[in-house]
Design a protein around this ligand. Structure first.
Ligand code: GCO
Ligand code: MG
Length: 402
């Protein structure tokens, strides 16, 4: 079953998405998400200029061999651009395999380990009371788990807080805007937010929070301790995650569960965190961590060490990634939770899909393969628009992690 064609489709139905489409000699096609927020065209070029010529003529059934060939064959291993491109190829090949065998991908991954996939949504507001109202809206929609973020007095913008009534979207058209940050002000507000949320919603609702890589280990330890009475499902990305050993400090001080991994691209970014049990949830994504094949290896290592999965699922990952994540989530034994930031109707029309949401959980659907299509005619009506993630400076002007 030879690969006879492959192409990259870049479109912007509200935000940019990069998609790889692979076609076999039998006319079966598969899709892979290749979106790297703010650096989209680098992956598009990596695929078109360097990877596609290597795919033509290869056997589409050799998923593992193709992964190893692209990873080891590049010599220059790892990095977000390379691993996103490999992830797109891997995802598209699993899609093709499912369609060829007329079965949903999760059946190829060992079948269901559970009946459904628990997801969390994003609630945010400019202050605590607005966030309480936003969480209430999610509860009304049936969510059992909600991530809560709120504005910080004295700071014009805060991570995760949208403009007006629009849901939060992590990209800005044009050039990168600059936000202002103060860890002290932030640390002062967050415990009060969760005290208020527990008071309002009781003990059963799962509450999550994302610190978005902004604290030092000792600040994160202080926040984790302050949040212990409110028993969060997790505290996400407490510190910049490159320095895996840095988590030892946080871990010594707090029992608040820790989650990290959305910026990781291979198992080598998280093996210390997993093997030393410095985290509770690994949040690597299908699209950025080398596809379904590599994510399964990370999950297997994590399973040995009591670490569960919690894949990133922001709107800057396309519905193809969302579908792939749901097949993965349903099948791995040590699944924890899946992030689910709803795409806009515009995006959903370009990527019609079979996955569904009901009462706080999701299902990948029973369509063969991943169960997502790309309407290429419609996609062509939404050309690429340059967009960046914001950058961040402290109150005195020093550059800080965004
Ligand atoms: C999350 C993430 C996103 C990222 C975004 C970057 O937990 O959903 O932190 O909001 O900021 O995916 O492209
Ligand atoms: Mg995050």
């Amino acid at each position: 079953m030879k690969i006879v064609d492959a192409k990259v489709i870049v479109c912007c139905p509200g935000r940019n998405f990069v998609t790889l489409k692979i076609v076999t000699e039998d006319g079966v096609s598969g899709l892979g998400d290749a979106t790297l927020n703010g650096r989209e065209l680098a992956v598009a070029s990596y695929l078109s200029d360097h990877v596609i010529p290597l795919l033509l003529g290869r056997d589409a059934r050799r998923i593992e061999d193709t992964w190893q060939y692209l990873y080891k064959g590049a010599y220059w291993r790892r990095g977000p651009v390379t691993m996103t491109a490999i992830g797109a190829v891997d995802t598209a090949l699993w899609d093709i395999r499912g369609k060829t065998l007329n079965t949903p991908v999760y059946q190829l991954l060992g079948g269901r380990s559970r009946e459904s996939v628990l997801v969390y949504g994003h609630a945010n507001g400019t202050d605590i009371e607005e966030t309480v109202a936003a969480v209430a809206r999610y509860v009304k929609l049936g969510y059992q788990a909600v991530r809560a973020q709120c504005g910080i007095p004295g700071l014009p913008s805060a991570y995760g807080v949208g403009r007006g009534q629009l849901s939060y979207e992590p990209a800005e058209k044009g050039l990168a805007p600059e936000n202002v940050w103060s860890s002290e002000r932030y640390l002062h507000v967050v415990p009060g937010l969760f005290a208020r949320l527990r008071g309002e919603f009781g003990d059963d609702l799962h509450l999550l929070h994302d610190a978005h890589h902004r604290l030092t280990p000792i600040e994160a330890a202080r926040l984790g301790k302050a949040l212990e009475p409110h028993h969060l499902f997790w505290l996400e990305d407490p510190v910049p995650a490159e320095w895996q050993e840095g988590f030892r400090v946080i871990r010594q001080h707090t029992t608040t569960p820790l989650a990290v991994g959305e910026v990781f691209d291979t198992i080598y970014d998280c093996h210390t965190l997993i093997q030393e049990q410095l985290i509770d949830y690994i949040r690597t994504t299908v699209v950025h961590a080398g596809g379904i094949s590599h994510l399964r290896k990370i999950a297997s290592l994590a399973e040995l060490h009591h670490v569960r999965t919690g894949s990133h699922g922001a709107t800057d990952l396309s519905p193809i990634c969302m579908a792939a994540a749901l097949h993965f989530d349903l099948s791995v034994h040590n699944f924890g939770i899946q992030e689910y930031m709803r795409h806009t109707d515009e995006t959903d029309r370009v990527f019609p899909h079979h996955y569904t949401f009901e009462a706080g959980v999701m299902y990948p659907g029973e369509a063969p393969g991943l169960g997502v299509e790309l309407d290429e005619t419609l996609a062509a009506q939404y050309p690429y628009e340059r967009a960046y993630l914001p950058t961040n400076r402290r109150l005195d002007g020093t550059v800080h992690s965004w």
